[in-house]
Design a protein around this ligand. Structure first.
Ligand SMILES: [Zn+2]
Length: 383
């Protein structure tokens, strides 16, 4: 790839320095929130739930108590909600914007509560209830960061994404790839999908991740490593990053083999006919292809690899066909096995086609000319 220089690690953007940030007021939060797209609001809400769940898990008292956090419901139109079924209430009948659903581990009973009434309805000490309120407020502060960036007009860092995608792509061609932080990558992809600015801490995490990927830099000379294939890889990375087995070397193998890898020196390998069989299956028509590949995955050596490796392969072939684009988006082990198999097949086919052409030419000549021609060719190739 000649234009590698383009992908140098971007310098830290001033956008992601939050020196003068402060917690937002409820009114400010609402003002920014209503300007978000539906997808952006869904992302923020998903993160809110995730953060609440982890706050609940962090608290020892809550962890030991009978109650666990189940869900958070939000009445976006509060207090102007018209439809009765969209209104949210506390146990005591008070209207709510945020309703926390908690569940009793002992009885499985669920309860919807407002933040101020944890103490009354859950029968917990007031000190603990106060602690919960503080923790839930922390969640708001964490999300404020995103809203604050949004208000300042900061966008999703496209340049950083490109750079990240490039080094992840390159990593897939290393002899010993670096184990990327997949959950960080997924969060990055989720934010890219809805074009939201990312957490400041994630911004710095991604910079560090790129730095790690760069340390192992080595020149790559792989037949399908090129700029065009990178473009496809980058476009599809948002979806492909969900694929666990794609970015961790060992995770492609069945759990039994993974256990073996931990205690043995030699790396597992698979014979050529394993890949040949897969190529033959993938060249078939769609419904047959799927059926046969699943059969293959469930018997003999097919079972050495995780089922999701086949499902991902199948899904990519359905989308792009069995070509370089697909090969770029599957696990390196599978990619290289299939690639050498396809190359071999193409060579054989080329020989067959050439032979047919020569036969046609020869059939137009008389015996004597044929003999002369053959002799001359033989002589030329022997010299
Ligand atoms: Zn209440």
């Amino acid at each position: 790839m000649n234009e590698e220089k383009e992908w140098h690690v971007p310098v830290e953007s001033d956008d992601y320095k939050l020196d003068n940030s402060r917690p937002l007021t409820i009114k400010e939060r609402l003002e920014i929130y209503v300007k978000l797209t539906k997808q952006q609001r869904e992302l923020i809400d998903a993160h809110r739930k995730y953060l609440i769940r982890s706050e609940f898990l962090k608290d020892n008292y809550l962890k030991a108590s009978d109650w666990e956090f189940l869900d958070l419901k939000i009445d976006e139109n509060y207090p102007n909600t018209i439809d009765e079924k969209n209104k949210l209430y506390c146990q005591c009948g008070r209207r709510l914007k945020y309703q926390y659903i908690v569940r009793s581990k002992a009885t499985n009973q669920t309860m919807g509560l407002g933040i101020q009434h944890f103490k009354d309805h859950l029968n917990i000490p007031s000190q603990v209830a106060k602690e919960i309120v503080d923790r839930l407020n922390n969640v708001d502060f964490a999300l404020d960061e995103l809203l604050w960036l949004k208000r300042r007009g900061v966008e999703f860092p496209e340049g950083l994404w490109k750079s990240y995608a490039f080094f992840v792509y390159q990593n897939q061609f290393r002899k010993v790839p670096y184990d990327i932080n997949v959950s960080l990558g997924r969060r990055f992809a989720d934010f890219k999908e809805v074009e939201m600015p990312i957490y400041v801490s994630d911004y710095h995490e991604i910079l560090r991740e790129i730095e790690q990927l760069r340390i192992f830099h080595e020149p790559i000379t792989h037949p399908i490593y090129n700029e065009e294939n990178f473009r496809h890889f980058e476009t599809n990375l948002v979806a492909n990053i969900q694929q666990e087995t794609l970015f961790h070397q060992a995770s492609i193998w069945s759990s039994q083999i993974q256990k073996r890898i931990k205690t043995h020196q030699e790396q597992p390998s698979l014979p050529n006919h394993f890949f040949e069989e897969i190529v033959t299956i993938l060249e078939k028509e769609s419904p047959v292809r799927e059926k046969e590949l699943m059969l293959f995955a469930n018997k003999g050596m097919g079972k050495w690899l995780q089922k999701e490796v086949y499902l991902h392969l199948l899904e990519r072939v359905e989308a792009n066909g069995l070509n370089e684009v697909t090969l770029n988006e599957i696990h390196p082990f599978m990619r290289d096995g299939l690639l050498s198999c396809i190359e071999k097949k193409e060579k054989t086919e080329a020989v067959t086609t050439s032979l047919e052409k020569i036969k046609t030419i020869l059939s137009e000549l008389d015996n004597e000319s044929r003999e002369t021609l053959m002799k001359q060719l033989k002589k030329e190739w022997q010299e």
